[in-house]
Design a protein around this ligand. Structure first.
Ligand code: FE2
Ligand code: FE2
Length: 302
């Protein structure tokens, strides 16, 4: 089986001029099967948009449910509850698929353990369960595909495709998980704020607890991906990735020109603390690197 980093040209035209010429001949030999251009396509899109139905649906409230704060629950709140509920359910499936990638390809230094992935998978499941109960509590239908649930489901299709593709490794799949966790973090923030806006303070606190767990997921996924990138490039965990992690913790992003100076300061601090075990921090290993004998990740396909 070939490594994903093996240099085999299947798509580049610049490095295969002969084949590029052949490919272009096909475009000259075949003609479009219908008249029209991009403007015609746009006019069809506009016509369909004006006559089409809206996506998803929000069922009418359960008549047996008690009113919330003396009023009917805002439809947008039900919509967004349905969205997070569906996303967390998909999150469980994404991490299930990621666990298979782990079993197939293994991990790398400072990458995820199986236990790490199981822990996050279980968090996603508990968020789903909590949202399902919340939906029932506010008189909504947890099985409904609300407009926003539909929208996010369609937008996430590519993520599921990446995870389901047998060719993608654990590291490559984590790139898709990063997208999911980034979106998830923003959407949990929005749901919490929305709960406050509609007078659901207790629910907002519950959502904040989930948000804290999602922030931890994002932090961990970023650090695993950073370690993979760094080690694939140089065989070491480089300062730039450590610096970036610290900046994200502080929510601060300095200009690019300041990064090298900041990196040096932080790497001195890291070196004086016993915790992070950077490989190749000594002069002798630096010299070894220059000679080309770079350390390898545990699994080249990760
Ligand atoms: Fe999640
Ligand atoms: Fe998550």
């Amino acid at each position: 089986m070939k490594s994903s980093m093996e240099r085999l040209n299947r798509t580049g035209m610049s490095t295969a001029p002969e084949l590029a010429r052949e490919a272009l001949q096909v475009t000259r030999a075949t003609r479009p099967s219908s008249e029209g251009d991009a403007e015609a396509i746009a006019s069809v899109r506009i016509a369909y948009s004006k006559s089409g139905e809206s996506i998803g649906s929000i069922p009418p409230p359960d008549p047996a449910a008690a009113p919330r704060n003396g009023a009917a629950v805002a439809p947008i709140f039900l919509d967004k509850l349905g969205e997070r509920l569906a996303f967390e359910r998909s999150g469980v499936r994404l991490y299930d698929a990621l666990l298979s990638k782990f079993d197939a390809f293994g991990t790398w230094d400072n990458g995820p353990s199986r236990g790490d992935l199981e822990e996050i998978r279980n968090d996603e499941l508990s968020h789903f369960t909590m949202l399902r109960e919340t939906m029932i509590q506010v008189g909504g239908d947890p099985t409904a595909v609300t407009p926003s649930a539909d929208l996010h489901g369609v937008a996430s299709k590519g993520l599921c495709s990446v995870l389901a593709d047998p060719r993608t490794t654990l590291g490559e799949s984590l790139e898709a998980i990063l997208v999911a966790e980034l979106v998830d973090n923003d959407c949990w923030e929005n749901l919490s704020d929305l709960a406050l806006a509609v007078g659901e303070e207790e629910l907002a606190r519950t959502f904040d607890e989930a948000l804290n767990e999602e922030r931890d997921h994002l932090r961990r996924v970023r650090s695993w991906l950073g370690a993979r990138l760094s080690q694939t490039a140089t065989g070491e965990l480089e300062d730039a990735f450590q610096l970036r992690a610290e900046q994200r913790e502080r929510g601060w992003d300095p200009p690019a020109a300041e990064r090298p100076r900041q990196a040096k300061r932080i790497s001195q601090r890291v070196a004086s603390s016993a915790k992070p075990k950077r490989k190749g921090a000594t002069a002798s290993t630096k010299k070894t690197r220059k000679n080309g004998a770079r350390s390898r990740t545990r699994n080249a396909r990760a």
